[in-house]
Design a protein around this ligand. Structure first.
Ligand SMILES: [Fe+2]
Length: 439
């Protein structure tokens, strides 16, 4: 298994020449380390339309730098391979046509090795560009290069989410990397406590220095009634109680779309759970193992999260409640079980602290808030304006990060989003109570 050194982390926020060069190298190296345990065959599989092959992720993030940085900045720009622009454009209409997303798994060529060559060539050109541009030109490009870092980090998490799904369908039950995890149950965290917040007129959204996506702007005020949040995530043990009480069979807990979905898909447990001889097993990146009641439940959809909350007589937090609570408790500090821990899985909450535990890392937390523009939102100029804004329909906001989130990528104002039926992201549940129902 690869080891991740401190220099691989995107901890610095320097945007001067040296900072950009070192951060570029760090983020690119991190992607390759994540892919290193995977064979060329592993890297080619697309196990469902939402999943992209590992080598496609490696190539697409490279295409991003080639398209949005090199093409506009190199005087005699020539694409590494013209055809790659068609193969590795994801969804940018402003850049041109692209290959069918659900068919990415049939692209056997270029192979994983060719993608490595593509990465090396673009890396040399990017570092050369950063070194030779005059200060003014580099300053103008710095925001786009920085967007490329954070874009690649998003794909680092997707790479892990996606290969988890790929490996889950292999009857040999392969392990992503390392030894299979121990199967002894972990220490149960005890009953969840509650942390109270006064609410009132609060401010959310990105309001300081440092990188942010356009969807985190503008910072603005929202009014919150007094509310409380559970001090930890819902556990597998609690989810088993929901299942034992007919949670997946009793319509009264479910949103109409969710009830229709579980009939259609036959859902009766979280995504990666299977029952064998009366024992629930869970597929993880460390292999298949018995479901541990002490661990947070993960890979549940928004529909399931909402139904669980209804069963428990509670609700999901709104995104404004989540962000306000996180700011009250942590300011803008972020720490938790994210990818550099290399657990690749949520961990137990530990002993109560009187504060919210597991805010960052472990599992993305479903909110009850639809993914919509903040008041006064404007997408970024140009083709990169397609990055976030055009997806503001039929999706729900998630907050916090997960065990697959690259270090330095999570922040208090970060708005993740997925359709309410998505289960392959590492998603979990924190309950809320009091105040007003989520908007
Ligand atoms: Fe992308």
């Amino acid at each position: 298994m690869s080891t991740f050194a401190a220099e691989d982390r995107l901890a610095s926020t320097d945007t001067d020449r040296d900072g950009l060069r070192e951060r570029y190298r760090a983020v690119r190296r991190y992607t390759e380390k994540l892919a290193a345990p995977l064979s060329p065959e592993d890297q080619t599989v697309q196990s469902m339309p939402d999943v992209s092959p590992t080598k496609w992720h490696r190539a697409h993030v490279t295409w991003f730098f080639e398209t949005f940085v090199l093409a506009g900045a190199e005087p005699d720009f020539k694409a590494h391979e013209e055809t790659y622009w068609f193969l590795f454009n994801s969804y940018y209409e402003g850049v041109g046509p692209r290959y069918s997303r659900p068919m990415r798994g049939v692209i056997s060529r270029p192979g994983a090795h060719d993608v490595g060559v593509y990465r090396d060539v673009v890396d040399d050109r990017m570092v050369s560009l950063i070194d030779r541009l005059d200060d003014g030109s580099l300053t103008k490009l710095a925001d786009t290069i920085e967007l490329g870092f954070h874009h690649e980090q998003q794909h680092q998490e997707l790479l892990l989410m996606d290969i988890k799904h790929v490996l889950s369908l292999n009857p040999l039950r392969p392990v992503y990397a390392g030894e299979p995890a121990l199967t002894e149950p972990m220490a149960a965290p005890g009953d969840a406590g509650w942390v109270d917040f006064e609410g009132g007129l609060v401010e959310i959204g990105h309001d300081g220095d440092g990188f942010h996506f356009d969807n985190e702007l503008p910072a603005h005020q929202q009014f919150l009634l007094p509310y409380r949040l559970a001090d930890r995530l819902v556990t597998n043990g609690e989810w088993m109680q929901f299942m034992a009480d007919g949670g997946y069979q009793r319509h009264e807990f479910w949103l109409s779309d969710g009830w229709a979905k579980i009939q259609e898909e036959g859902w009766s447990a979280p995504y990666y759970w299977t029952e064998e001889d009366g024992l629930w097993l869970e597929h993880t990146l460390h292999g298949t193992r018995p479901v541990d009641p002490a661990l947070p439940v993960c890979h549940v959809s928004h529909y399931e999260a909402d139904a669980y909350a209804s069963w428990a007589g509670k609700r999901l937090p709104s995104e404004a409640e989540w962000e306000h609570a996180a700011r009250q408790q942590e300011g803008t500090q972020v720490s938790g079980n994210v990818a550099d821990n290399q657990t690749w899985h949520p961990q137990p909450a530990g002993a109560p602290t009187g504060k919210l535990r597991q805010l960052f890392g472990d599992c993305w937390e479903w909110t009850g808030t639809s993914y919509l523009p903040y008041p006064g939102f404007h997408p970024a100029e140009g083709a990169v304006g397609e990055y976030n804004g055009k997806f503001m329909s039929s999706q729900m906001v998630l907050r916090g990060g997960c065990a697959l989130t690259p270090p330095g990528h999570a922040r208090v104002s970060y708005r993740n989003f997925f359709p309410p039926g998505a289960r392959w992201p590492m998603t979990g549940v924190r309950l809320a109570d009091g105040g007003a129902p989520a908007a």
